[in-house]
Write a protein that binds this ligand. Structure first.
Ligand SMILES: C[S@@+](CC[C@H](N)C(=O)[O-])C[C@H]1O[C@@H](n2cnc3c(N)ncnc32)[C@H](O)[C@@H]1O
Length: 236
């Protein structure tokens, strides 16, 4: 796997306490948001679903817990250590229901239109924030989704309310950065997380980005006053 990308260095190991830190920082809301995302993904009864940048597999496992038997679920990620944890977790609760595939989102090993639905949890920012391959990733997502298919993103966002945005940014700069660095021992990862969350796109900017890549009917659902959001887009 390419190790020239700065982000790959961050994700080529799993920061100790990774799942715990995610739960802590979102006051356990992250799991609720993934479940909501899974429900939106499953709305039109897709048969083939990808959890893109699955990490330790949490979104894929929510989908597996709700989907009807026979639905094909693929967790895709370029970090072997992340996928190892995902596989261990899936063995315990969803044995045989999820296939995990190692690879880069810039070049996915799937045929055109293979998936009926694609979901991504807390990694769209990684693919699009100051990432020179952003257009490539979006073109690949569009390619492997079938016409009529749905793309669902859950990601940090920007609250419209200025006071809430200020409090959210302060919390991210302090708690997320210092506590994350301390628990994980990985300052670089949590500095990147804090900076990218504070500076990330508004819902309108995400919509424009998706529309430029060919997606239609883009809408968003704010979560917890807009500190996060679910974006839903369709491939016409
Ligand atoms: C912040 S984690 C999110 C993981 C998971 N989706 C979750 O909900 O916790 C970002 C994940 O994206 C993966 N990732 C980042 N860039 C990628 C790329 N270009 N191709 C494949 N996976 C990538 C990382 O390896 C990491 O597992």
């Amino acid at each position: 796997m390419k190790d020239s990308r700065p982000l790959y260095k961050i994700f080529s190991s799993v920061p100790p306490g990774y799942d715990l830190i995610n739960r802590l920082f979102t006051l356990r809301r992250d799991e609720r948001w993934r479940r909501k995302t899974a429900l939106l993904i499953l709305e039109d009864n897709p048969q083939r679903i990808m959890d893109l940048c699955t990490g330790t597999g949490d979104l894929a496992m929510h989908i597996a817990g709700i989907a009807k038997a026979g639905v094909e679920i693929t967790g895709f990620d370029y970090s072997r250590p992340m996928l190892d944890i995902a596989e261990q977790k899936a063995q315990k609760s969803h044995a045989g229901k999820i296939g995990f595939v190692l690879g880069d989102a810039a070049e996915m090993p799937f045929t055109d239109g293979y998936f009926d639905a694609i979901g991504i949890a807390f990694a769209f920012r990684n693919l699009t924030y100051k990432n020179s391959d952003s257009e490539k990733f979006l073109a690949e997502i569009f390619r492997v989704l079938r016409p009529g298919g749905k793309f669902v993103i859950v990601e940090s966002s920007q609250p419209a309310n200025r006071l809430l945005r200020f409090l959210f940014h302060t919390y991210t700069k302090t708690m997320v950065y210092y506590l994350g660095s301390w628990i994980s021992g990985n300052k670089t990862a949590y500095r990147y997380l804090a900076n990218s969350v504070i500076d990330y796109f508004t819902p309108v900017e995400v919509r424009v980005l998706l529309q430029k890549s060919g997606f239609a009917e883009v809408r968003h659902i704010p979560l917890m006053g807009g500190v996060a959001a679910i974006h839903v887009a369709n491939k016409k």
